[in-house]
Design a protein around this ligand. Structure first.
Ligand code: 027
Length: 641
């Protein structure tokens, strides 16, 4: 086969004809398009019987590849088809595909093949209109008018993974990493310098986002978007390749500059050792594996499950030679981590088993802050109930669906249990709170009865029940991690000057990936039941309250800290009720006398000391949540690996 002659793609697509007379109506022709490393050519005939060559564009002459908005009349032969353009030295070729997937495939491949071309600075994202209508994107009437949008080389997103350097440390999760994978100095495979990395921030969609409201920008998984405004932490203004703008949920994307390995099915960035073990054991499949960030900053670990001859989870550090090559087993080294994993998917080569089944939790959509931006009142007709999850004093909680696409938890409020006006006023603020360890509030239904509160759904139920069902199974590393999840949520609330007021293990829920999320934050203020709100009441959470709260009703972040200590106790007692069998009065009396809950059997003294820090009588002496998180994180890293 001749150099560059290998066929990368071939398909029957539609091409818009290149009229010499630019004002005459256009017509469309079916052509067999063939992409090789050197050329994009099109032929008459069919895929089976390719006819004569009708045209060809040398890839080195291509200036830009971009999707275009197709605006045909309904009667047009290409109505409903997807368009892209090939801007080259001699003109523009418009090509139409029947599906979005096919368009993506062609645009992706073409961009990949032309990524080192010197590209045009500006192009027209719109489709040139014949009949005197000009460019729909900018309104200019001259076909040769300068492009109206800067051409971005998105192809960088699709470069093969070459992680020659260790991953940079990530000291601050919130700080967007800006270290480019490809520096200007590194030569490209073709020996030409790479174009400079743009300053603007691009992101890649982790999931399809169909868009909810007109203000939203629909996203396709794997496509790249330009961020125009990220001032709101949860809903960002973004632009797609066609120049359309709109809002996207920030949890659906990751920054383009991050390592390509994150796109792999087996990569679980934030997974800890204990969560990995639990997840892998749950699969019960020989060779289930995942790759995660090790507790040593900047390093990766491969965790593999094997059940032959006996159940074990092995953790292998991904190591690197001074030459830059990666390896798990000394004898087998690779240019990239992706290559390394690929090899061990087929060869055990020193591992307990070969890497058979990539495992990644959270195929479920991540939560968004509200179901769409600025919308807190939901339409009852868009909610469907599936089954009852549980009953509380406020009402029944049901598992449901929103618009048939997203699982939700719906709390149906009993009549008169909540100070409705005050609560619904506060909802707008509470919806702004968004954190991976908080159960997201999605919105409310106030236009019809029963009133409903719609929240994020967590599939494994409430924490005490989860713990009680697994006695002796979880181990103190897992329990400590559960505490750190709760603590992270509380650091977030404290930093937003938001008090929980009723933190207890029963208000913590467990997700599919075994992460813990805190719910019902701030709700206590709106409950009308005297037995719950008044510290003498039978339902007041005395067992979770410090003296200044049950004596004088003085809530503060430091009273939340006391409650957190009790939650730690509940966790390390595997879901046992604190002061079991004691009346509220007995608890008040004992705590006044200096009584503290005893050290749980599973809690090492280092952990119990943290609980006791939370139970200082003087609220000022209790640590902040941030200090607690540091203490817990220190114990976690000294405990494993
Ligand atoms: N809530 N509750 C659940 C359950 C419950 C839940 C929620 N999920 C609540 N978001 N998500 N399982 C129980 C289960 C909110 C989810 N099975 O009782 C109450 C799952 C599944 C029951 C026992 C596992 C073994 C707000 C807290 C209402």
């Amino acid at each position: 086969m001749s150099v560059g002659g290998e066929e990368l793609l071939q398909a029957l697509l539609v091409k818009r004809s290149q009229q010499r007379n630019f004002t005459s109506p256009c017509n469309y022709k079916e052509r067999v398009f063939v992409l090789t490393r050197a050329r994009l050519c099109y032929y008459e005939g069919s895929l089976e019987r390719r006819g004569g060559k009708k045209g060809c564009v040398d890839l080195c002459k291509i200036k830009a590849i971009a999707c275009v908005q197709n605006y045909p009349e309904a009667s047009s032969p290409i109505a409903g088809w997807y368009a892209f353009q090939v801007v080259h030295e001699d003109g523009i070729l418009y090509v139409f595909t029947e599906t979005e997937t096919q368009r993506r495939q062609w645009v992706y491949a073409l961009k990949q093949e032309t990524q080192y071309n010197v590209t045009w600075q500006k192009y027209h994202p719109g489709l040139w209109q014949t009949g005197g209508n000009g460019w729909p994107c900018c309104g200019q009437l001259d076909r040769k008018a300068l492009g109206c949008q800067l051409y971005q080389h998105f192809a960088r997103a699709f470069l093969p993974a070459k992680e020659k350097k260790p991953l940079p440390p990530t000291p601050d999760q919130n700080q967007v990493m800006s270290s480019p994978q490809l520096s200007n100095s590194s030569p490209s495979p073709l020996g030409r310098p790479l174009p400079p990395v743009p300053e603007v921030q691009h992101v890649v969609a982790k999931f399809d986002f169909p868009g909810v409201e007109a203000q939203d920008l629909p996203m396709v998984k794997g496509c790249v978007y330009l961020i125009l405004d990220d001032k709101n932490p949860h809903w960002w203004r973004a632009q797609d390749e066609e120049g359309r703008e709109g809002l996207i949920p920030s949890t659906f994307v990751y920054p383009l500059t991050r390592s390509d390995i994150e796109q792999n099915r087996w990569f679980c960035k934030d997974m800890t050792r204990t969560k990995a073990e639990q997840l892998l054991r749950k699969t019960g499949k020989e060779g289930s594996f995942l790759v995660r960030e090790s507790s040593q900053v900047g390093k990766l670990t491969v965790s593999v499950y094997s059940c032959i001859p006996c159940e074990v989870v092995k953790h292998y550090h991904v190591k690197q030679r001074p030459t830059g090559d990666w390896y798990l087993a000394e004898k087998h080294t690779f240019d990239s981590i992706s290559d390394l994993i690929h090899y061990h998917q087929h060869n055990a080569a020193g591992l307990v088993t070969r890497l058979r089944h990539p495992v990644r939790p959270g195929e479920e959509l991540p939560s968004t802050a509200g179901l769409s931006y600025g919308k807190w009142e939901l339409d009852a007709l868009e909610l469907t109930s599936l089954r009852e999850l549980g009953r509380g004093s406020l009402g029944v909680v049901q598992l449901g669906m929103w618009r048939g696409v997203r699982h939700i938890a719906i709390r149906m409020l009993h009549e008169g249990v909540l100070a409705e006006d005050d609560f619904f006023h506060e909802v707008k603020l509470m919806m702004q709170l968004s954190h991976p360890n908080l159960v997201q509030l999605y919105g409310v239904v106030t236009r019809c009865r029963p009133l409903r509160i719609v929240m994020e759904y967590l599939a494994l139920g409430c924490l005490p029940t989860f713990l009680q069902a697994r006695p002796g199974k979880l181990g103190s590393a897992w329990l400590l991690e559960a505490c750190s999840d709760v603590c992270r949520a509380m650091v977030y609330l404290e930093s937003n000057s938001f008090l929980h007021r009723d933190l207890a293990a029963r208000h913590c829920l467990v997700g599919e990936d075994f992460s813990i999320k805190v719910s019902d934050f701030g709700m206590a203020r709106y409950v009308l039941d005297d037995q719950y709100t008044c510290s003498q009441g039978a339902r007041f959470p005395v067992k979770w309250s410090p003296p200044e709260v049950f004596d004088r009703g003085r809530f503060s972040s430091k009273s939340d800290v006391w409650s957190f200590g009790v939650v730690m106790w509940e966790v390390f007692s595997e879901g046992t009720l604190p002061y079991e069998g004691w009346s509220n009065g007995e608890v008040v009396e004992s705590v006044h006398g200096g009584y503290q809950l005893p050290q749980p059997t599973l809690a090492p003294t280092s952990v119990y000391n943290i609980m006791c820090d939370c139970w200082q009588t003087d609220p000022e002496k209790r640590p902040h949540f941030m200090n607690l998180l540091e203490l817990i994180t220190d114990l976690m890293s000294s405990d494993s690996e």
